[in-house]
Design a protein around this ligand. Structure first.
Ligand SMILES: Cc1cc2nc3c(=O)[nH]c(=O)nc-3n(C[C@H](O)[C@H](O)[C@H](O)COP(=O)(O)O)c2cc1C
Length: 167
């Protein structure tokens, strides 16, 4: 096997130069209880049918829930919501921290949980999943989208940024 030119760290650093938004993926664990994870691997896939994808690490707690429930929300974070991104990337969820960060969940009419006060909510049904290395790609068919006012939170080289206007 040829020696890889990149170490995993170099690969990660290189990909950090691709600027993304930041989303939180949400799944109902038990009635009224949400498992959520920060994800920037979110991408649009198809217009007809309306498909998106998100790549989930095999160690993530949300992975078996996505496989089982097959319904999830994607909430796109607004500028200033770095602490929410870090919270859902921390691996620990607690009611106290959610209260402090003013995190509120809402259920769509079809019963999919999303985060309130974000830029965009999508409610999705898993229509396919594909193993890809140490992640699984979940393809979701979008049932509904709700857009709110605001500017996005960006992620670049491992740091949070905001949009700058040049006018
Ligand atoms: C900005 C950002 C983007 C992330 N994107 C992803 C992603 O797309 N897929 C993923 O599996 N983990 C991603 N992570 C890491 C998870 O949020 C993190 O591993 C989290 O702890 C997993 O949740 P768990 O520990 O409750 O399983 C990201 C983290 C950050 C800070």
């Amino acid at each position: 096997m040829p020696t890889p030119r990149l170490t995993p760290l170099e690969f990660r650093k290189a990909l950090g130069h691709f600027t993304t938004g930041v989303t939180v993926v949400t799944v109902e664990r038990e009635p009224g209880e949400i498992q959520a994870m920060t994800a920037n691997s979110f991408t649009s896939v198809s217009l007809d049918p309306m498909l998106i994808l998100v790549c989930v690490d095999h160690r993530a707690k949300i992975l078996p829930l996505l496989q089982k429930k097959k319904r999830f929300g994607v909430s796109v974070l607004k500028e200033g919501q770095e602490a929410i991104s870090e919270y859902f990337a921390s691996g620990e969820q607690s009611a106290e921290t959610e209260e402090r960060l003013s995190i509120r969940y809402r259920w769509t009419p079809s019963g999919i949980p999303i985060l309130e006060n974000t830029l965009l909510h999508l409610s999705c049904n898993v229509i396919a999943s594909h193993l890809a290395g140490d992640h699984t790609i979940f393809v979701g068919e979008v049932e509904d989208a709700v857009i709110h006012k605001g500017e996005p939170l960006l992620y670049f080289r491992g740091e949070y940024r905001g949009l700058a206007r040049h006018s």
